[in-house]
Design a protein around this ligand. Structure first.
Ligand code: NAD
Ligand code: DAU
Length: 402
């Protein structure tokens, strides 16, 4: 096992040298200042450890066997990549490969530490059969995740997001899994007023507005109940809108990028002034890793990069970055019950776990756009077949398959 600080990746090396430089500087300060300056030293030490770079993930190596569900989807596959890259842990990746699950998302990963199992989380027998002996933690990403689809039909959302979560909780208890991580969403807390300085905190009341959000809220209640009633060690993370490579192009940002690349019109719901709180997917994954390792049992952590943007401004930024005209923007009928604004207060995860995002909106958007530009074959595959039917039903028009 090796620690994150000794990792083979560049970030790991930077952290490694960063921590050694800190030790040398601290020793120099101690020898030059004497004990009368201990307050100065304490302040400096706090600054180093809690400052923006001091929030880098410092994983220990206690956990070795993880059971990840939904790891062939957008965030789950990013989590699998990050974890394999930054630790020596072994992952069993359990995924039903719905329309959103894609084995291409797991290409080129270290297969010696990753075992894929095709299965459905609503199937208790399949979950128990796949769950390795001695699993340290279950991280539950598996879900139906698209709000528009939940408005068209809620049944799958209730099956997977609610019943599936209960099956996993039961399996965790039956097998003595040490910790259960539920990947949840800011949408369980409903919508914030547009013009007020209001933010979602961990204490905000539940007010889910779509069938998707209601199903994720129900799942959170079940996780809470498993902790309260049976003493299961659980942690819930709630995050805002993720963006990055490999996001299925039903979601706004990849839909807008792939349409723009094909010069297809970009559908913007309503007046385009709805606000979302955007976070680069790897930053979300590192927050989950930290919560899994160091989060308090029974806790909820809000994850957000303080990056609120109106939809119309998001499209504007990416059209500018791609050198495409604003005339591609096409205002369409609003989403029913469309939440106006999401905005996270991430102070708890920052102060308690030392988490900080590494990407800014500018660097994250650049990486995302470049990935889609370089992976046209991936877009082509995801936009063929059933996607065309979905698009026609949702938007009442055709879209290029390539
Ligand atoms: P996604 O739709 O891209 O991926 C979902 C994955 O779950 C797919 O691989 C799919 O095959 C799998 N899956 C679906 N039903 C399953 C079942 N019954 N059994 C096993 N596997 C099943 O979703 P995503 O955007 O990667 O989101 C992952 C999780 O993060 C979800 O729980 C979602 O609610 C949560 N979340 C997403 C965001 C976001 O911005 N996308 C933000 C906050 C939280
Ligand atoms: O906030 C976290 C949530 O973010 C996650 O829990 C969900 O799984 C994820 O899908 C996402 O939900 P949203 O509904 O916010 O994401 P979506 O990409 O569907 O839409 C983002 C915004 O863009 C939203 O205000 C609706 C708008 N939109 C979306 C689509 C698909 C458009 O204007 N046009 C579109 O075609």
């Amino acid at each position: 096992m090796r620690s994150h600080a000794n990792g083979k990746n560049v970030d790991g090396l930077i952290d490694y040298f960063d921590s050694h430089v800190k030790i040398i500087l601290k020793r120099a300060l101690v020898s030059s200042c004497g004990f009368e300056n201990h307050w100065f030293l304490i302040t400096m030490a706090c600054f180093w450890f809690l400052g923006p770079n001091g929030g880098a993930v410092q994983l220990n190596n206690k956990m070795q066997e993880l059971f990840v569900t939904g790891g062939a989807g957008f965030i789950g596959s990013a989590f699998v990549r990050t974890l394999l890259d930054e630790t020596d842990w072994h992952i069993t990746n359990f995924d039903a490969l719905t329309y959103a699950g894609n084995l291409d998302n797991l290409k080129d990963i270290d297969s010696s530490r990753h075992h894929f199992v095709h299965g459905n989380i609503t199937d208790a027998g399949a979950v128990l059969a796949a769950l390795p002996e001695g699993t340290e933690a279950i991280v539950n990403f598996a879900a139906e995740s698209h709000v528009d689809r939940s408005i068209t039909s809620a049944a799958e959302f209730l099956q997977t997001n609610i019943l599936g979560t209960q099956v996993l909780l039961d399996a965790a208890r039956a097998r003595g899994v040490k910790r259960f991580i539920q990947v949840s969403t800011d949408e369980v807390m409903g919508s914030l007023p547009e013009d007020e300085n209001a933010y979602f905190t961990e204490q905000s009341a539940f007010a889910p507005n779509s069938p998707y959000a209601a199903s994720k809220a129900a799942a959170e209640h079940l996780v809470r109940a498993a902790h309260h009633t049976f003493g299961l060690d659980t942690v819930i993370t709630r995050c805002g809108n993720n963006y990055g490579p490999r996001q299925f192009p039903e979601k706004f940002l990849p839909l807008a990028i792939s349409n723009a690349l094909n010069e297809d019109p970009i559908p913007v719901y309503g007046d385009g002034r709805n606000v979302r709180d955007w976070i680069y997917v790897d930053d979300h994954c590192r927050a989950i890793m930290l919560a899994m390792e160091k989060g308090k049992s029974g806790a909820v952590y809000n994850v957000g990069a303080r990056n609120e943007r109106r939809n119309i401004d998001v499209v504007g930024s990416l059209l500018d970055a791609l050198g495409k005209p604003r005339s591609l923007i096409n205002f369409v009928k609003d989403r029913p019950g469309h939440d106006r604004r999401y905005a996270m207060d991430p102070r708890l995860i920052e102060s308690e776990l030392g988490w900080r995002p590494r990407e800014t909106w500018e660097t994250g958007l650049k990486k995302t756009i470049e990935w889609y530009q370089q992976n046209t074959r991936w877009i082509e595959r995801t936009r063929s077949g059933a996607y065309q039917d979905y698009y026609r039903a949702q938007y009442g028009k055709e879209v290029s398959a390539t």
